[in-house]
Write a protein that binds this ligand. Structure first.
Ligand SMILES: Nc1ncnc2c1ncn2[C@@H]1O[C@H](COP(=O)(O)OP(=O)(O)O)[C@@H](O)[C@H]1O
Ligand SMILES: O=C(O)C1=C[C@@H](OP(=O)(O)O)[C@@H](O)[C@H](O)C1
Ligand SMILES: [Mg+2]
Length: 156
């Protein structure tokens, strides 16, 4: 979370003239509240079920640029559908660079609430293993969203 999926995904969609969907934004529209509030009111499980049903029911014909929430890929069903029907792009950010972004994201990312920096690093390392399932990796450290989007277009 905070690696730049939403920001870069929008740019890539614009450049490719494709429809952009961000799962968090779609879920927010449906629940009429942001993910942080959904976690509080309904609990994480409800949010995760919604992520799963939404992503697994998307139509691959649509040639979407889809930006997931960072936790979505932890669900095996989501990984399977994404890896088989889409090109999964990992935005790779070092923990050092990620830490500098923490102030920007902490309030809206409930998964980080109450965690020490050591616990966040542990989460980062655990997730890296799961994120090693991808088709394309882009290193994002010290690059602007525009540069990252252009690199994706070059490589895809
Ligand atoms: N390449 C980048 N360089 C600097 N800041 C960035 C970059 N990409 C995203 N950001 C900023 O980091 C924050 C999180 O970005 P966001 O796109 O919401 O990430 P994600 O969807 O992966 O959680 C936002 O405030 C965004 O403006
Ligand atoms: O990693 C996670 O578990 C989450 C990431 C968030 O999306 P971003 O990856 O866009 O921040 C959002 O789905 C929710 O707060 C949970
Ligand atoms: Mg996002």
């Amino acid at each position: 979370m905070g690696a730049g999926k939403t920001t870069v995904g929008k740019l890539v969609a614009e450049k490719l003239n494709r429809q952009f969907i961000d799962t968090d934004e779609l879920i927010e529209e449906e629940f009429k509240m942001p993910p942080s509030q959904i976690f509080k009111v309904y609990g994480e499980k409800v949010f995760r079920e919604k992520e799963k049903s939404l992503i697994t029911s998307l139509n691959e014909e649509k040639n979407l640029v889809l930006s997931l929430g960072g936790g979505a890929f932890l669900q095996e069903d989501i990984r399977t559908v994404c890896l088989s029907k889409a090109t999964v792009i990992l935005l790779d950010i070092s923990f050092e660079c990620w830490k500098e972004r923490l102030d920007l994201i902490i309030d809206s990312r409930p998964v980080l609430h109450g965690k020490t920096i050591e616990e966040m690093e542990q989460l980062y390392n655990n997730r890296r293993e799961i994120y090693s399932n991808h088709q394309l990796k882009i290193s994002t450290d010290n690059k602007s969203p525009e540069q990252i989007a252009d690199e994706i277009l070059e490589k895809v």
